[in-house]
Write a protein that binds this ligand. Structure first.
Ligand code: NAD
Length: 502
């Protein structure tokens, strides 16, 4: 494909063309190759790390208010270029434009949070912890931090990471998804335009070779990862073995519980968006609905079927489209394979989205219509594994406790939600469920930028979640200083017991 433009890297404030390896980037709406993306080799990644390492001392000493002002300016630029960024997202990811706008807006909120850096970094101070002794804790930047991000939020997830990291005084090397790299690279260039000095943010496109270089280079102090659980576990183990601080957010299989007393109409509307929005390619999507009672299951299924029948599937750029294509042919084949698997496992396929009709010109796109299964059971692969597509399975139970036992037994613990009018049931559910993010009549309980995002169990490796207060702690190291200025002329004896306020 020599005539296609190849996207390179952004190192030391400059666009750099790639090395020898490259791969195709598709428009999933048409199946056409739009461009190519370079896959950085070790030397290119090391050049990015070296640039970040060089930039660190000056950036660390730049007053937090000045660093924060770059974020304020970046927020303006992101708003100004929002339409273009969303076009880039939709052309490579496939999600509908309004959803791309939603993702970008959530990303901008993280930039806004990072612009509070001076307030976030104020530290803690105690006077007179002993006679004439004061003590304080500072939150110092770590040095070079790295981010490795997934395809499904090419703007938002990188914006969870580097704005806060650099606002805290670190420098950064970002390795975005090789499947939809354009919006990520464009945003990095905007950050430079907003005033980030060269080297403070570098972007290397690539694959495992780039990731492995970031995980083993001693100059990289911390790694934030978001992606699938097998890779998250690998990144956590490898980065930790190299002495780095690592947070690795993984996959999910989120259950929505619908209680018999729920407002069924609202629950159905919420489930439609949560299951089929972004073609199910969200780590907070709801691929499983647990109905408490058969009457609940019947009512919700009737509502879902009616709404699915009106859904429009097509290119994400077309007006009136509810759901775009899956991201790649390979992923389309994988998700379609799960639908076949569900049938052979004995689940009841009520709505089959395979072979969905699309408009002329889109026949080679990766379209799968919404799929709905009833009688999904815990032993089935379509229950256990993350499908990451527009496939919603209904599981039937008789009590809330049975629903909660199912959720707690699952390997993932990213998000969950309950639909009910019973405050006591909702409170019991949110108090006891073994999941990190819980919605009560809220289908996608993604925390806002000033809280933090993190699942439990095999949905997060590491102690701290992404962005918000956890992000500030992740990208800084506490240093506690204890200081004493005895009155002049006072001579004290040596003390051999451990000093205390006894
Ligand atoms: P992925 O794991 O395939 O890729 C994520 C990143 O890791 C990419 O940058 C990729 O280049 C890199 N990578 C892939 N294979 C690698 C390997 N063998 N060694 C080293 N690096 C490797 O994930 P994806 O398909 O891009 O994204 C979808 C997944 O991400 C889903 O599982 C989804 O649940 C998860 N996700 C989780 C969250 C969360 O916050 N928990 C958010 C978004 C997506």
């Amino acid at each position: 494909m020599p005539n296609k433009h190849t996207i390179g890297h952004f190192i030391d404030g400059e666009l750099i063309s790639g090395g020898e390896r490259a791969q195709d980037v598709y428009n999933p709406a048409t199946g056409a190759v739009e461009r190519r993306v370079a896959l950085a080799d070790k030397t290119t990644v090391e050049a990015a790390i070296a640039s970040a390492h060089r930039a660190f001392p000056a950036w660390r000493n730049t007053p937090p208010l000045k660093r924060a002002r770059v974020m304020s300016k970046l927020k303006q630029l992101l708003e100004q270029h929002a339409e273009h960024i969303c076009q880039l997202i939709t052309n490579e990811h496939g999600k509908v434009l309004s959803d791309a706008m939603g993702e970008l807006q959530r990303g901008i909120e993280n930039v806004e949070y990072a612009s509070y850096a001076p307030e976030l970094l104020k530290g803690e101070h105690s006077r007179n912890v002993g006679p004439a002794i004061d003590s304080w804790s500072e939150f110092q930047p770590l040095g070079v931090a790295a981010g490795i991000t997934p395809f499904n939020f090419p703007a938002m997830v990188p914006l969870w990471m580097w704005p806060l990291a650099v606002a805290c005084g670190n420098t950064f090397v970002l390795k975005p998804s090789e499947r939809d790299p354009s919006s990520t690279l464009f945003i990095a260039q905007l950050a430079f335009e907003a005033g980030l000095p060269p080297g403070v943010l570098n972007v290397v496109n690539g694959d495992k070779e780039a990731v492995d270089t970031l995980l083993s280079d001693p100059r990289v102090q911390a790694v934030s990862f978001v992606g699938s659980t097998p890779v998250a576990e690998y990144v956590y183990a490898t980065g930790s073995a190299h002495g780095k601080r690592v947070q690795a957010l993984g996959g999910a299989k989120n259950h929505a519980v619908v209680m018999p007393d729920a407002d069924i109409g609202n629950a159905v509307n919420a489930l439609m968006g949560a299951a089929f929005g972004s073609c199910g390619e969200r780590c907070m999507a709801v691929p499983l609905m647990v109905a408490v009672g058969d009457a609940t299951a019947e009512a919700v299924i009737a509502g879902l079927k009616a709404q699915i029948a009106t859904m429009k599937v097509g290119p994400g750029t077309a007006a009136g489209v509810d759901m775009g294509p899956l991201v790649t042919r390979q992923h389309f084949d994988k998700v379609s394979g799960y639908v076949a698997q569900g049938v052979s496992e004995g689940a009841l396929l009520l709505v089959d989205g395979r072979g969905v009709a699309v408009e002329p010109g889109c026949e080679d796109g990766y379209y799968l219509g919404p799929c709905l299964f009833d009688h999904v059971k815990p032993g089935m692969k379509i229950y256990q594994e993350e499908i990451f597509g527009p496939v919603l399975g209904v599981v039937r139970v008789q009590t809330l406790q049975q629903a909660m036992d199912l959720i707690d037994a699952h390997e993932y613990g990213n998000g969950t939600c309950i639909f009910t009018r019973d405050g006591e049931a909702a409170r019991y559910f949110s108090d006891h469920i073994q999941v990190g993010m819980v919605g009560i009549n809220v289908p996608l309980p993604v925390p806002v930028a000033y809280h933090s995002f993190g699942g439990w169990k095999r949905s997060l490796f590491g102690d701290l979640g992404a962005y918000g207060p956890d992000g500030v702690r992740f990208y800084t190291r506490r240093k506690t200083i204890t200081q004493r200025w005895p009155a002049s002329g006072v001579q004290e004896k040596a003390v051999f017991n451990f000093p205390s306020n006894q």
